[in-house]
Design a protein around this ligand. Structure first.
Ligand code: NDP
Length: 289
């Protein structure tokens, strides 16, 4: 068997088309253009590339984009004051602090992230949004796992009653992925570094999500024939070579569908950020009308 390729660009394109329609509706109904503010502190080259990509994606689709670049030595209070200003700024509907923060702010990361208004928390990391996702209330959902779910939905992959296994339990991928799959009536198992007999568990999965951060971690023997394999991992193994957490060449021979890396889930993350910015704007407009 050779798996069907779930290409990120196809689904990202569909999500962006819906975002475009919602932007038009927001403009005609409320007369607003949603705005996203991204704060970057310091010189991390990878972060600068990510922020530039987000800015470009916003501009392309018609979302107002504001990038705030703060010097490496910026203090916590200065950053908190910037976030407070954005929380009150009516042109801004989404706020994102690009991680990682410089070392001197690492201890304050939670306080900084939690200072973003939950209504503008387009990363979906605020405890209010985390809690709402867990209890099934409408919320802003972390972009990467949300992108995985959208991809499954758009590809017409049945989740209801299916056995899903997520490898990884991080707050940004694994745990929200669990809640999203559970909400769609999958029977979900979350595995992590202390899980015993991992291959035995993963090989029962109809849907297998890998969010580990280890190149080629998921091998052919861990995958059930015909399973849908979603590879969240992004691992740089050489200057210009990115690979996922799944041994793609071998696993595609047994899986029913599989996402490539690059060109898979990564493209959906940014599409979902645009979606979340529009959603935040919609919720803010509705609550104040
Ligand atoms: P974390 O490092 O926060 O989490 C990794 C998880 O994998 C942990 O829960 C860890 O378990 C688990 N793990 C590690 N080793 C094993 C093992 N031997 N067996 C089973 N589980 C194991 O990573 P993230 O969730 O942040 O990211 C995961 C991957 O996804 C990375 O490659 C990252 O780059 C990528 N990523 C991609 C994004 C995209 O846009 N496509 C966005 C975000 C992340 P434990 O908790 O026990 O330590």
């Amino acid at each position: 068997m050779t798996a069907k390729l779930l290409e990120g660009k196809v689904f990202a394109g569909q999500i962006k088309e819906t975002v475009r329609q919602e932007l038009t509706a927001l403009k005609s109904e409320y007369g607003i253009t949603p705005g996203l503010a991204v704060i970057i502190v310091g010189e991390n080259p990878a972060s600068r590339v990510y922020v530039a990509n987000k800015h470009r994606s916003c501009e392309e689709i018609g979302i107002y984009s504001k990038v705030i670049t703060l010097a490496e030595h910026t203090g916590k209070d200065e950053l908190l004051a910037e976030i407070m200003r954005l929380n009150l700024d009516e042109r801004i509907h989404g706020i994102l602090v690009q991680l990682p923060l410089p070392d001197h702010m690492k201890n304050a990361e939670k306080e900084i992230m939690n200072s973003i208004s939950p209504a503008k928390d387009v990363d979906g990391f605020h405890p209010v949004n985390v809690g709402k996702l867990a209890i099934g209330e409408e919320s802003l959902v972390p972009c990467t796992p949300y992108g995985c779910i959208k991809m499954l939905e758009l590809a017409g992959i049945e989740m209801n009653g299916k056995r899903a296994v997520v490898i990884g339990r991080s707050n940004i991928v694994g745990k929200p992925m669990f809640h999203l799959l559970l909400a769609r009536n999958a029977t979900v198992t979350v595995c992590h570094s202390r899980t015993h007999n991992l291959a035995e568990i993963t090989s029962q999965a109809d849907i297998l999500v890998a969010a580990v951060g280890k190149p080629g971690f998921v091998t052919k023997d861990m995958v059930k024939s015909g399973a849908v394999v979603i590879d969240v991992g992004i691992n740089r193994i050489a200057e210009k070579k990115l690979v996922g957490d799944v041994d793609f060449q071998a696993v595609k021979e047994v899986a029913g569908a599989i996402t490539p890396v690059p060109g898979g889930v990564g493209l959906l993350t940014i599409a979902m950020l645009l979606h979340n910015t529009v959603k935040a704007a919609q919720m803010i407009c509705k609550s104040s009308s």
